[in-house]
Design a protein around this ligand. Structure first.
Ligand SMILES: [Zn+2]
Length: 185
């Protein structure tokens, strides 16, 4: 997100103070430090980091809110060819920080509740939850990058090129027979 050396995003913050001061935090999280996420994916590029930008603010009803953007490189398994593929997960989200269920239920529908305990929020858990939400259930290579797409083309005649068609005609035993009939006379 920036050319400056990336600082690590703090794990635990006082979101009230950050919201009152309209603070934006930008930083990285080493993906190996997000255990639930690491275990949910086939692999992580070596030394990979999640880039995070979180803006804390208050709305007119003095609710503490967070707007976030995260992006993380990840290795997934293509469900067409079953080979690994590297891709980038990206998410934008809006959260309302809540101390209890009552506050969570009063949030506008556009906001997801995120719990804070004793005015303390775990930002790494916040980011990890968002990454888990955007994990694609059925990841696929781009068609041109997928080794299995050639096999698929063979099964889909409308996708086939002209050449295999021409070859089929040559191999047709009836056309050979027809040729023999013609030369008999
Ligand atoms: Zn593939």
């Amino acid at each position: 997100m920036s050319e400056a050396p990336n600082a690590q995003l703090p794990k635990s913050v006082d979101p009230n103070r950050l919201a009152e001061q309209n603070t934006t935090l930008e930083g990285v999280i080493p993906l190996a430090g997000l255990v639930r996420f690491s275990e949910a994916v086939p692999g992580l590029p070596e030394g990979s980091e999640c880039h995070v930008k979180l803006s804390f603010y208050m709305d007119s009803e003095r609710r503490r809110l967070v707007s976030g953007e995260v992006s993380a490189p990840v290795i997934l398994e293509c469900q067409r060819c079953m080979n690994n593929m590297q891709t980038t997960l990206e998410s934008r989200f809006d959260l309302g920080l809540v101390l209890n269920d009552e506050q969570a239920q009063r949030l506008p529908k556009a906001l997801e509740p995120f719990p804070m305990e004793d005015y303390n929020a775990d930002l790494w858990a916040m980011v990890e939850d968002e990454l888990l939400l955007v994990l694609p259930p059925f990841p696929l290579h781009e068609r041109q990058d997928c080794p299995a797409s050639k096999e698929l083309e063979a099964l889909e005649p409308q996708q086939a090129t002209e050449k295999p068609e021409a070859k089929k005609r040559e191999d047709n035993p009836f056309s050979v027979l027809a040729g023999l009939k013609n030369t008999k006379h």
